[in-house]
Ligand binder design. Structure first.
Ligand code: MN
Length: 229
């Protein structure tokens, strides 16, 4: 059973459950104790999770007034994890903050606040009374991508599906090697992957919240399969 290294965040349960149900063994990382070099040597795959905003200084910008920091040390630790995971050709699956972190780690930039910087965009931050798996908007998938291949059996009308949405940031310029493989109807980037890698996939929504009903189980299964050495 492949060991899946999980970046620690405040809502771990659904990530761990999704990994277990896909056949992986969750390993929640302690940034004070688990050195990135050791993580990459032991784990079969790296799962990047949700959380606060990546500090904009990491992509050369000043913080927007809405900036809300992640836990101290997370940015640097996770960027180091990404660098080493890429070096070691470890499969990477990145979710929400994770897609933003991966993009910044590879030299890309972010839209710091969708509501104020992309007027007319859909409401991507759905919270409050919503359940975490409440569907918020459609995404259009790129035909032939890893994402679309994994999701193929559950897509409607060929290449779209509904997702949940709890983010106020998104990818602006994509980082080195990353290509956009899903967009919302307003143009916001919802998934990227690195086609030169066996498995390097990142989504802006929260597939982990659907572990009971399985709408996105294929993504976790594909990741765990790639992480099986
Ligand atoms: Mn969204």
């Amino acid at each position: 059973m492949p060991l899946i290294a999980i970046a620690k965040c405040s809502k771990l349960h659904d990530y761990e459950e999704s990994v277990r149900r896909a056949g992986g063994e969750p390993w929640v990382l302690d940034l004070a104790a688990d050195r990135p070099a050791d993580v990459v040597a032991r784990a079969g795959g790296l799962l990047l999770t949700s959380g606060g905003d990546v500090h904009p200084s990491l992509y050369g910008e000043a913080p927007h007034p809405t900036f809300s920091a992640a836990e101290p040390g997370r940015d640097a630790y996770e960027i180091e994890l990404v660098r080493r995971a890429l070096e070691a050709h470890l499969p990477i699956f990145a979710i929400c903050r994770g897609i933003q972190l991966l993009n910044v780690a590879r030299g890309g930039t972010l839209v710091q606040d969708i509501p104020s910087q992309l007027p007319g965009a859909l409401k991507h931050k759905r919270e409050g009374s919503d359940q975490p798996f409440t569907l918020a908007h459609e995404v259009w998938l790129e035909s032939g991508s890893l994402l679309e291949t994994l999701m193929r059996d559950s897509l409607s009308e060929g290449e779209s599906c509904q997702v949940n949405s709890r983010h106020h940031q998104a990818i602006d310029a994509t980082g080195e090697g990353l290509v956009t493989v899903a967009t919302a109807p307003d143009g916001v980037i919802e998934a990227v992957e690195d086609p030169s890698r066996r498995f390097c996939l990142a989504v802006q929504w929260h597939p982990e919240n659907f572990y009971r009903t399985g709408e996105f189980r294929a993504l976790f299964e594909g990741f765990v399969k790639a992480a099986t050495r």
